[in-house]
Design a protein around this ligand. Structure first.
Ligand code: NAI
Ligand code: OAA
Length: 329
């Protein structure tokens, strides 16, 4: 194999998403079946031993594309020459923790990681933040990386997008492959807005095919928005394999493009489109081509959608104010 390997850094590598993610990256599902990769695993000191165990298992798979694995607790080493960074490791909310405490604890993780990306990553670095609160953690990392183009910092709403596709398929009986142009707007939180008004099911407008406004408002939207909590309730642990799958989808689409006539959802820095204040990392409908993305423009936003997008964006603004108040951005 003559092609230079792509350096993929994964933080929180010893966690449950990491375990579901690394084998798929090493097998070629992230970047393509002909793209060799070198993995850089970042963990906190207590996680290093488990990460070493995972690396042993990766070795035991004898993946032809895997050109090396480095394990470290130093962000400057982990992000050195990184082309793709998956920021998965985060401080989970624990009992009695206030929202401000959570943002502050995550600031302690994402600010130094953003700085290390700024100082060490390759010029073509693409960053996906998975660790919650993903949109605001992405904002913190981005603010600490002033030399990296702002649009390289993205947050994951692809899991929400995939959840919404699946719910629509179950409701209408259409295969997932026939559902296009769905959008998740806003924050990766319970305020997110899964929008079907521009979606198509087998070429027909999804809202018209469903023709059930009450189901959309009272079943579909809350089911998608609260799916993460429902999984935690059922599994006793948060989504891991589906989150890893969505992370693979997010980067794969960003690098390889969206299909003609379709789009996806990504948390990206707003350029002010659709009234979302500039700079907020909010989910939008995007098309990807040649390793870049663009917000889909010109969609009509009806009153029902407007109020829901505004509510989620308001939450993002509050999170931004909170981290600003903490001096994190
Ligand atoms: N955006 C999304 O759609 C989703 C986001 N998530 C979020 O993803 C995150 C990870 O989830 P899990 O893997 O299930 O958690 P986990 O707790 O199993 O693993 C997290 C790992 O991160 C490591 N870690 C903590 N601080 C770190 C640091 N500073 N540097 C490097 N590693 C660090 C921990 O040692 C641990 O191994 C959580 O914040 C979760 O809420 C989960 C599902 C979906
Ligand atoms: O709340 C969590 O940790 C899990 C999460 O983001 C999701 O499943 O969407």
């Amino acid at each position: 194999m003559t092609r230079t390997p792509v350096n993929v850094t994964v933080t929180g590598a010893a966690g449950q998403i990491g375990y579901a993610l690394l084998f798929r990256i090493a097998s070629g599902q992230l970047l393509g079946a002909d793209v060799p990769v070198r993995l850089r695993l970042l963990e906190i000191p207590q996680g290093l031993k488990a990460a070493e165990g995972t690396a042993m298992e990766l070795d035991d798979c004898a993946f032809p594309l895997l050109q090396g694995i480095d394990i470290t607790d130093d962000p400057n080493v982990a992000f050195d020459g990184a082309n793709v960074a998956l920021l998965v490791g985060a401080r989970p909310r624990t009992k009695g923790m206030e929202r401000g405490d959570l943002l502050e604890a995550n600031g302690g993780i994402f600010k130094p990681q953003g700085k290390a990306i700024n100082d060490r990553a390759a010029d073509d670095i693409k960053v996906l933040v998975v660790g919650n609160p993903a949109n605001t953690n992405a904002l913190i990392a981005q603010a600490a990386a002033p030399d990296v183009p702002a649009e390289r910092f993205t947050a994951m709403t692809r899991l929400d997008h995939n959840r919404a596709l699946s719910q629509l398929a179950a409701k209408t009986g259409a295969p997932v492959s026939e559902i296009k142009r769905l959008t998740i707007w806003g924050n990766h939180s319970a305020t997110q807005y899964p929008d079907v008004f521009h979606a198509e099911i087998a070429g027909k407008n999804a809202a018209e095919v469903i023709d059930d406004q009450a189901w959309l408002a009272d079943t579909f939207i809350p089911t998608v928005a609260k799916r993460g909590a429902a999984i935690i309730e059922a599994r006793g642990a948060s989504s891991a394999a589906s989150a890893a799958n969505a992370a693979i989808d997010h980067i794969h689409t960003w690098v390889n493009g969206t299909a003609e006539g379709d789009w996806t959802s990504m948390g990206i820095p707003s350029d002010g489109s659709y009234g979302v204040p500039e700079g907020l990392i909010s989910s939008f409908p995007v098309t990807c081509k040649g390793g870049t993305y663009e917000i889909v423009q010109g969609l009509d936003v009806n009153e029902f959608s407007r109020s829901r997008i505004d509510a989620s964006v308001k939450e993002l603004e509050e999170e931004r104010e909170a981290v600003r108040g903490l001096g994190l951005i």
